[in-house]
Write a protein that binds this ligand. Sequence first.
Ligand SMILES: C[S@@+](CC[C@H](N)C(=O)[O-])C[C@H]1O[C@@H](n2cnc3c(N)ncnc32)[C@H](O)[C@@H]1O
Ligand SMILES: [Zn+2]
Length: 290
Amino acid sequence: MNNKKFINNKLICPVCQTPLELDESAKSFICKKENKPHCFDISSAGYVNLALGHAGGGDSKECVKSRSEFLGCGHYKPISDKLNDLALKYIEKDSSVLDAGCGEGYYTLSLAKELSSEGCENSMVVGIDLSKYAVEQAAKTAKRSEVENLIYAVSSIYELPMPDMSLGGVVSLFAPCPAKEFHRVLKTDGILIVASAGEKHLMGLKKALYDNVYTNETRADTPNEELFSLLDTHSVSYKIELTSNKEITDLFAMTPYFYRTSLSDKQKLEKMEHLITEVEVDFSVYRKNG
Ligand SMILES: C[S@@+](CC[C@H](N)C(=O)[O-])C[C@H]1O[C@@H](n2cnc3c(N)ncnc32)[C@H](O)[C@@H]1O
Ligand SMILES: [Zn+2]
């Protein structure tokens, strides 16, 4: 959190909902509530915890570690590139953008860099996730990159610590999609970009695990037509080749299959050193109605 001008009033106090500002030492956020302001310290990694009663949820330390290591290999860079293209094309220049359920910030950091390098000097990117482990990892990586237009907070995305109608865009990648809350924080005509697993996403991995393999179903939590209008769709589809057991097990550990697979099926990956699998991600771009 380096640049003060970007940060003030982007977040609100989770207790009294008044806007948060950095204090003079820039080590805490305080709300403007008269008499007894609430104070939230910025961690040494550089994030703020605004989760209150929800603290402790979201992805586990192990899951965060696996996803971080897998994403760090660059296999999902085409997904990040597509997100950046769509954000630049559709989201109002110089507005703030939320990455809701940002995980360890792989897409968030790339988006923040892209926006600042494309002349959106006043665009602020806010990454929010309920997992303290994920946000800590994200903040550490951002600190090393010295990006100025990015902040991270621990919070539930179902009760965002953000003012009404304050954002030009929300991006949601493989995370829950509370459309009503996104609608609240988006400005008039604000943009919501949702990325989710396509039909054949990770088919090769599923074939390695299961005897009977089905294509993925389309997700059930697509935004209600009253709240959002669909503007555009894109599919990113390619194959990746994994050449070590670590890459294969890291990929497996970041998928929902990790929690649904029997021990005997899980054991099929134990000695696997080579896997080719499809990656298929569907992007939907929506505009806020009303
Ligand atoms: C599959 S991960 C995707 C992370 C990141 N968007 C990515 O694609 O790398 C889903 C993320 O949603 C977060 N999450 C789940 N429920 C949440 C909630 N209620 N509020 C905030 N984050 C949540 C998890 O902690 C996890 O980091
Ligand atoms: Zn307050």
